[in-house]
Design a protein around this ligand. Structure first.
Ligand SMILES: Nc1nc2c(c(=O)[nH]1)N[C@H]1C(S)=C(S)[C@@H](COP(=O)(O)OP(=O)(O)OC[C@H]3O[C@@H](n4cnc5c(=O)[nH]c(N)nc54)[C@H](O)[C@@H]3O)O[C@H]1N2
Ligand SMILES: Nc1nc2c(c(=O)[nH]1)N[C@H]1C(S)=C(S)[C@@H](COP(=O)(O)OP(=O)(O)OC[C@H]3O[C@@H](n4cnc5c(=O)[nH]c(N)nc54)[C@H](O)[C@@H]3O)O[C@H]1N2
Ligand code: SF4
Ligand SMILES: [Mo]
Length: 772
């Protein structure tokens, strides 16, 4: 048998390329033993049940990427990097951060990131590092898409409800192309089911004829940026035709009277005209929705990164609430999580400080809203590039590539350079790493225990603690170890306390629990670095220390059982609180395909209990937003004369994966980087598919090839997300393919409320380049 064959084995893991994290069965091996050779869907995964999409097959380009880093690096004064030992790197990074803390305060250190689509475990540990440093401000990608939605959901429901597309009679996709971008388990299977079933319907609001729109029943192919008008018209149709659910409204909502008068007099035909939609089509779609037993709506980047994004989040919720689509099967319900992603990134912004800005939860320089603990990420450069005394002086960046993913890359590079200190923790030499003072190499998602905290389903919620399936790339460390080393170097975790708990852990879990409780009572400040304390102590007893990084789940499982005893019981975690918590923790450790940790049974009305609002009444009138709803401003839609086209800077396509897979060697014909343009615009500019074009915006310009397609709308062009990376391909050659979308975007085109950017509405022009 060849060496290669001997190394071959299938192991359970999951895909890290989008938020649904399909379970995978992966055959590992190859020369190094560290390759992901064959990738299948894992039927044992309780959430994805064997489902996967085309992108998972490319994960080896992530795992074996030539850009992987295998040693800590320090930047020299000439901008190049030198390898340094881990010992040196930890000492110098801790000293660099401490220096900023001592001279300007820990609140001048910004934390960016926290695990992207697939790796949230490091986030638990970085939380300890932040607390040890007194970091107060954080941001990550959620704060350029979902913060407006989170704010509205919080105000209206006191919780974050999600649609149930598997059971909904009518599914609505609003600026969302789930066929390509997923967003809920087994997406394509469910979309196919809906489209085949004559009793169900799909409504899509999208300017493009996407793969989702193609299989929909009602495609409202609106003018870009006009969703607020289209949704207002739909609400007005419900109200003017008296299709609202009156019983639901009187039993469960407040504020209907306050919004009723406005929609009752709204000129529906005029609003449809602004959206360039056929009144009859909008009316039919709205009646179908209003008369359905259950409706679920999914909004995503098409509206969240567009004009009026927070207002659209509000309007779509008004639409499903007035039609009674909440807390029932097939409608919006509130799931439970072991730890929510937003809890994990909330931070303690409002704690203790006497400073005015901090108490009001606003950003230090611009005074922008901090929503779910996150600063608007497109304003980060503006929070740094100023002489304001409260500007950020340092940044810790983990599993995020802000120089590529935040608005106006040139300004983000300038901001990075203006910092007194920066450190990037990543698997690859990214555009952001390439400009940091120190780069610390992390083990990949397949080389360590990992998990995600996206658990939004109802009635069952699953959790998967993935196990490492290949050896670590030599020279890398897992995030748990990196953060713990930094915390120890900062003196926030003492060997004595670790030693006490280690001894107790050897005597068994009960003894550990007693010692742990006693120690925390005596030294409450250890709460700040709890994950690292558990990692160093209890962790050493988990699978002979090989599963040490899973130790914080011991506390999380016990906490979950205490707070949600019935749900845990339904999922099989029975007995005393202690027994149920232990059982859950053991199951978590030993279920590499994942397990169901919470089951609400069949009673969807449990969603009411999960609303944090004491009165359990949905708020339909939000005084912060309703005046703007009544005064929608068409002047926002205008483009400057010299930039007459509207660009989507960052469309998801079948091939794109944010910047997680950097090496696009699988794309032999370089199809993924093209600029999509409608034949009407292409004819005017004499452009044919394959022609090189230059695209310019008010911020920057770039070159790529065109692809002429009827999928676009006239006047509306698109570039893919995640392209324009500088990477080494599998042959070790330096490559740059396509345009980095944020070379073309600006940080001042943003939502008035949440600061989310208008990346889907960038005024642009294109020219055909003559072939040299
Ligand atoms: N293949 C693939 N899938 C992914 C990702 C990936 O990189 N590649 N990334 C993941 C991530 S991080 C995210 S956040 C999600 C995003 O998932 P989506 O939001 O579905 O992705 P996009 O393609 O960016 O935008 C969705 C749609 O918005 C439409 N749109 C543009 N302008 C407007 C408008 O004015 N109004 C309306 N109604 N629609 C408009 C576009 O035509 C597009 O079809 O995808 C996830 N899934
Ligand atoms: N113009 C424009 N800009 C956009 C968008 C758009 O549509 N248009 N979309 C936005 C959206 S929705 C999103 S979600 C963001 C995404 O942007 P970011 O949040 O910046 O992240 P990703 O591109 O997903 O890259 C994830 C990073 O994690 C690293 N990584 C992977 N695995 C590990 C690991 O195990 N450990 C560590 N430490 N690092 C790891 C990868 O190398 C990469 O650098 O981009 C946003 N930016
Ligand atoms: S990219 Fe595809 S395989 Fe991977 S998690 Fe998303 S849907 Fe599943
Ligand atoms: Mo995203």
């Amino acid at each position: 048998m060849s060496q290669e064959k001997q190394n071959v084995e299938f192991k359970k893991s999951s895909c890290i390329l989008c938020s649904v994290n399909c379970g995978l069965d992966i055959q590992t091996g190859g020369e190094s033993g560290r390759e992901l050779l064959k990738i299948k869907g894992d039927r044992d995964n309780p959430s994805s049940q064997g489902y996967l999409c085309n992108k998972a097959a490319r994960l080896n380009y992530y795992q074996m990427g030539q850009d992987r880093i295998d040693t800590p690096m320090r930047r020299k004064s000439d901008g190049s990097y030198e390898a340094v030992s881990w010992e040196t790197a930890i000492k110098e990074v801790a000293a660099g951060l401490n220096k900023v803390k001592n001279s300007h305060g820990g609140d001048k250190i910004l934390f960016i990131g926290g695990g992207g689509q697939g790796n949230h475990l490091g986030g638990l540990y970085s939380d300890g590092l932040q607390k040890a440093l007194g970091v107060r401000y954080r941001t990550n990608a959620l704060a350029q898409e979902k913060t407006g939605e989170f704010w509205v959901s919080g105000k209206m429901f006191g919780g974050g409800p999600h649609g149930d597309f598997e059971h909904a009679e009518v599914s609505v996709f609003l600026g969302k192309n789930p066929w390509q971008t997923h967003g809920f388990p087994k997406t394509r299977t469910i979309l196919k089911d809906i489209s085949r079933d004559p009793k169900r319907a799909m409504i899509v609001l999208d300017p493009c004829v996407t793969d989702t729109a193609k299989i929909s029943d009602y495609h409202l192919q609106l003018q870009p940026g006009t969703d607020a008008w289209a949704l207002s018209a739909m609400i007005a149709i419900v109200i003017q035709e008296e299709l609202e659910d009156k019983t639901f409204l009187s039993d469960h909502t407040e504020g209907f009277d306050q919004i009723h008068a406005y929609f009752a007099q709204l000129d529906i035909a005029e609003y449809c005209k602004i959206s360039q939609l056929d009144l009859d089509l909008v009316t039919r779609a709205t009646r179908r929705l209003a008369q359905a037993k259950s409706v679920s709506i999914f909004e995503d980047l098409g509206t969240q990164q567009n004009i009026n994004s927070t207002l659209v989040s509000y309007l779509q919720r008004i639409l499903f609430v007035i039609t009674g689509n909440f807390a029932k099967k097939g409608t919006a319900n509130i799931g439970v999580s072991l730890l929510s992603v937003t809890d994990a990134s909330k931070g303690d912004v409002s704690a203790k400080s006497t400073k005015k800005n901090i108490n009001k939860k606003v950003s230090p320089v611009l005074g922008s809203k901090v929503i779910v603990g996150l600063l608007p990420c497109n304003e980060i450069a503006d929070e740094i590039l100023t002489d304001h005394p409260d500007r950020f002086r340092a940044a810790i960046i983990e599993s995020s590539n802000p120089v590529h993913s935040y608005a106006d890359s040139a300004r983000m590079r300038e901001a990075m350079q203006a910092l007194e200190f920066s450190v990037v923790i990543d698997v690859a030499m990214t555009e952001t790493a390439n400009i940091a003072d120190y780069v610390l190499p992390a083990a990949s998602a397949y080389e360590k225990h990992e998990c995600v905290f996206f658990q939004v389903d109802f009635p069952k919620n699953t959790f998967q603690l993935r196990h490492p399936i290949v050896d670590k790339l030599a020279g890398t460390k897992i995030e748990a170890e990196i953060h713990t080393l930094l915390i120890e170097e900062l003196g926030a975790l003492k060997p004595l306390h670790v030693a006490i708990l280690r001894t107790a852990a050897k005597l068994g879990r009960r003894s550990f629990a007693l010692a742990f409780t006693a120690l925390l009572k005596f030294k409450p400040e250890l709460m700040k670095v709890l994950p690292s304390l558990l990692y160093r102590s209890l962790g050493q007893t988990l699978n002979q220390g090989k599963s040490a990084s899973a130790a914080p789940f011991w506390a999380l499982c016990h906490q979950f059982v205490r707070k949600n005893r019935t749900y845990a019981n339904n999922a099989g975690f029975t007995g005393s609180l202690w027994q149920a918590g232990e059982k859950m923790f053991e199951t978590l450790l030993n279920s590499p395909s994942g397990f169901i940790f919470s089951d609400s049974g069949t009673d969807y009305s449990d969603t009411w209990k999960r609303m944090s609002r004491a009165d359990k009444q949905i708020q339909l009138h939000l005084p912060e937003l309703f005046p703007q709803v009544c005064n929608l401003d068409t002047s926002l839609l205008a483009c400057p004369k010299e930039f007459p086209l509207i660009l989507t800077a960052g469309q998801r396509r079948g091939e794109t994966t944010n910047t997680i897979i950097r090496d696009a060697s699988w794309d032999k014909k370089n199809k993924s980087s093209s600029l999509y343009i409608h034949p009407v615009d292409a004819d005017k500019l004499k452009i044919e598919s394959g022609d090189q074009v230059k695209i310019s915006t008010q911020t920057g310009s770039g070159q790529t090839h065109a692809f002429v397609t009827e999928q676009q709308r006239p006047g509306f062009i698109s570039l893919p997300n995640g392209l324009g990376l500088d990477y080494k391909n599998s042959q070790g050659k330096k490559v740059h393919i396509g345009i980095a979308p944020n070379e073309l975007t600006s940080s001042d085109r943003k939502d008035f409320f949440a600061g989310t950017p208008w990346h889907k509405y960038v005024p642009a022009k294109i020219e055909k380049l003559s072939i040299a």
